[in-house]
Design a protein around this ligand. Structure first.
Ligand code: GDD
Length: 317
């Protein structure tokens, strides 16, 4: 069985590649760009096939799909950092929407019998009212950033290509996930890395933070990639599935957990430049729909995820 992972060198892509390689008879292909960093796939590089392909280039995408003819496609590649989407909204929208469009158009043109998972996001729900949580898939989408709007568009394109052309798309809305290799700009990695730097004496004992009141539903990336696989294996075409832990914590609680894992005395400093024009204040997942079709539920306790992430940064700073 051949699978193609877009964004294979990224955080989630590299974990999904490892998960797939553990399965019997799965051949893993992934797209890379000239600027892709290879550290995340260093250990598996000789067991995967990497193909140069900028997903914004429709000809390159069509050639790649024609060459690989995968049974499953996991579309993870995206501009995925919310604050960047305010600095570069056009780039975020273009990259995220056009890349997916090129994949869907190529599947259509080549008449490929492939299943494609499209990584949407819990950010699509955006503004959520207290009585709407835990959030089900039919909650209204009220996106609060250009990134979130790009994910709504990606999500609906996957729906539309299923309805219009019968392409086997499955839409996923994962809530926040983390673990080793998490990009350093995201909150779990940012805080863990700062603590690791302080422990090594490479930074003054002050941790810089933004909005600590927001509530997020964090899972381990290794649980999420297992869920993505099940979505393609057991999901209904055109459908959408939430993936998350079913628990929400404040960023303050996350910070306290990270600080409790270190012996060093650290001052907390709020930085206005780390605040967002509009932050999503409440994300709490109802993953019942995916659970009912596949039995999926998260297994790795969050304390272990954070400990693994802290150790990842301790080895790198
Ligand atoms: N990055 C960051 N840095 N976030 C901070 C900080 C800080 O110093 N201080 C507080 N926060 C708060 C943010 O304001 C936000 O409320 C929360 O921590 C999480 O921020 P991020 O880790 O940057 O993630 P995100 O929730 O914006 O988006 C992530 O999750 C989505 C799924 O819900 C990304 O992975 C998206 O790509 C993904 O779709």
């Amino acid at each position: 069985m051949r699978i193609l992972i877009t964004g294979i060198t990224g955080f989630v892509g590299s974990h999904l590649a490892e998960y797939a390689l553990d399965k019997e008879g799965v051949e893993v292909f992934g797209t890379v760009r000239w600027r892709s960093r290879m550290d995340n796939v260093e250990d598996i590089q000789d067991r995967i096939h990497l193909i140069d392909c900028d997903l914004r280039d429709n000809v390159a995408v069509k050639n790649t799909l024609d060459e690989v003819r995968p049974e499953y496609i996991f579309h993870l590649a995206a501009q995925s950092f919310v604050p960047t989407s305010w600095k570069a909204p056009a780039e975020t929208l273009t990259t995220n929407i056009i890349s997916e469009l090129n994949l869907l158009e190529s599947i259509r043109d080549l008449k490929l019998d492939t299943r494609i998972q499209v990584a949407g996001s819990s950010e699509e729900y955006g503004l959520v009212f207290e009585d709407e949580a835990p959030i089900k898939e039919d909650n209204p989408l009220r996106p609060l950033s250009p990134y979130a709007v790009s994910k709504v568009a990606q999500d609906y394109l996957a729906y539309q290509y299923n309805q219009s052309y019968g392409i086997f798309t499955v839409r996923t809305r994962a809530f926040n996930h983390t673990g080793p290799r998490r990009g350093q700009v995201f909150v779990t990695s940012d805080f863990s890395r700062q603590v690791a730097l302080i422990e090594k004496g490479k930074k003054e004992p002050v941790i810089e933070v933004g909005n600590l009141e927001a509530r997020r539903d964090f899972s381990d990336v290794r649980d999420i990639v297992r869920g993505y696989w099940l979505c393609l294996e057991k999901g209904e075409p055109g459908e959408v599935y939430n993936l998350g832990s079913g628990k929400a914590i404040t960023i303050q609680e996350l910070l306290d957990l990270i600080l409790s894992m270190s012996d060093v005395e650290i001052e907390v400093r709020r930085m206005p430049e780390r605040m967002r024009p509009s932050d999503v204040e409440l994300l709490l997942c109802d993953y019942g729909k995916l659970n009912r079709i596949s039995g999926w539920k998260p297994e790795i306790p969050f304390e272990q995820t954070v400990r693994d992430l802290m150790n990842y940064w301790r080895e790198r700073v």
